[in-house]
Write a protein that binds this ligand. Sequence first.
Ligand code: NAP
Length: 247
Amino acid sequence: MDKVLVVTGGSRGIGRAVCLRAARLGWRVCFSYVAAKDAADALSGEIAAAGGTALAVRSDVAVEADIADLFRQADGLGPLGGLVNNAGVVDQAARVDAMSAARLTRMLTTNVVGSFLCAGEAVRRMSTRHGGAGGVIVNLSSVASRIGAPGQYVDYAASKGAIDTFTTGLALEVAGEGIRVNAVAPGLIDTDIHASGGQPDRMARLGPTVPTGRAGTAEEVAAAVIWLLSDESSYSTGTIVTVSGGR
Ligand code: NAP
């Protein structure tokens, strides 16, 4: 395999687990981070030590010029074969009647606009319509798009609802151009995202309420992402794979 995979937000959590698994399978991984430079450097070092190729790029998905730079740097590794739109943020728990325009703009710019712009960069490289050889896009949704996250973060849930619709629409738009587009919708997964939303105890609190009795791991989500990136899922496009322990 000589294909390049771009993963947004690869330094920690689910993105990190995807980068590790993809590199083991032979993908040359170009991943982004924003703040966690040490974690990003540690990951590229770990992949290189295992004989793989990884490039860490500081690139904020909320900044269009950063996205262009991320893909330019990925071009240096070889032809693009896949994109994982993983980077995403939550915010502090709040009701809708307490949400500011600044909060909503940050949420939707990062989680939705960033995914659209990254997909545009990928389609321009991978689509047979543009002379590319085809490829795969996997978007990170959430069961929040179904649950709505009332009293917590309806804005985040709505951003993931947009990702679901984006997945359907883009999949149909490029189905005849050699590109498959799917999403993974995780449930409660053990990563730093809960602490970044001001709820470090979220997993301990909600884990036992999941039908399977526990939160999931980043590796369990990465396994589904990797399946969707692989030829094992060659007839799947426009689908959303839920990885939620029944939640
Ligand atoms: P996480 O542990 O908080 O990691 C987030 C990653 O995204 C980090 O690598 C971070 O970089 C990066 N990132 C954050 N903002 C970014 C930006 N503006 N531009 C580029 N990168 C950015 O999150 P996670 O739990 O792994 O979540 C990954 C995805 O899964 C998200 O889309 C999330 O919504 C979705 N998801 C997660 C859960 C869950 O329970 N964990 C459930 C459903 C869906 P730095 O390290 O530099 O900060």
